[in-house]
Design a protein. Structure first.
Length: 213
């Protein structure tokens, strides 16, 4: 069952209706299939970025785990053809690079946990359905642009940023840039709705006139 969304919010992008940016969300085709495993606690958070990633990526899937009496399916995570990878920076994770990726058997399925670090660590360690899947992690990169939650480090990325950077390696710079662009729109409009940015400070896609009233 989908969590309750206030009638004041858009049912698509879940921001206040005057700030709706559904029409700006790109529809991106990728060879890489992205499967997001979201903790149920994230479902109700308007700052969540995994839902936005799933809307932008046509070859993606969002599954929910942690719901009481509702076991998440692990079907299709491990494939007989191609390669499944788990985006999780464990001690056994391989750092992604274009050279390493080029040698992988295609197609690729990128499995992305979406939860707090503590929840994710526990989930990966305790879930038999993820056993045996190769862990991968991103190379060091620029600081996060995500400003909607307090981060322990500016190297910590939100889920959409992590997916964008991974697809920059698996797919193309263009895919990464389009995902990062819509994240900036989301961040700016959310900060505007919180009173933390003025309309003239929102430069990515601007603020609709109706929302400024």
């Amino acid at each position: 069952m989908r969590p309750y969304i206030s009638p004041k919010r858009c049912s698509g992008c879940e921001i206040r209706k005057p700030l709706c940016f559904c029409g700006l969300i790109p529809k991106l085709e990728t060879m890489t299939r992205v499967i997001i495993l979201m903790h149920t606690c994230e479902e109700v958070l308007t700052s969540n970025t995994a839902k936005l990633a799933s809307k932008a990526l046509l070859n993606s899937e969002l599954r929910i785990h942690g719901r009481k009496n509702d076991q998440m399916s692990f079907d299709g995570l491990v494939q007989t053809e191609g390669t499944s990878l788990l985006l999780f920076p464990s001690s056994k994770a391989i750092v992604l690079s274009t050279e390493w990726v080029s040698k992988l058997k295609k197609p690729i399925r990128l499995i992305v946990p979406d939860a707090s670090w503590r929840q994710t660590t526990k989930f990966v360690r305790r879930t038999p359905g993820l056993a045996g899947i190769q862990h991968v992690q991103l190379p060091n990169g620029p600081p996060s642009e995500y400003q909607l939650r307090t981060q322990a480090s500016d190297q910590n990325l939100c889920t959409l940023e992590a997916i964008a950077r991974a697809l920059g390696i698996f797919e193309s710079d263009d895919i990464q840039q389009q995902l990062e662009w819509i994240l900036r729109v989301f961040v700016e409009r959310t900060l505007f709705s919180r009173g933390q940015l003025k309309a003239h400070e929102c430069h990515v896609a601007g603020i609709p006139t109706d929302a400024q009233c």
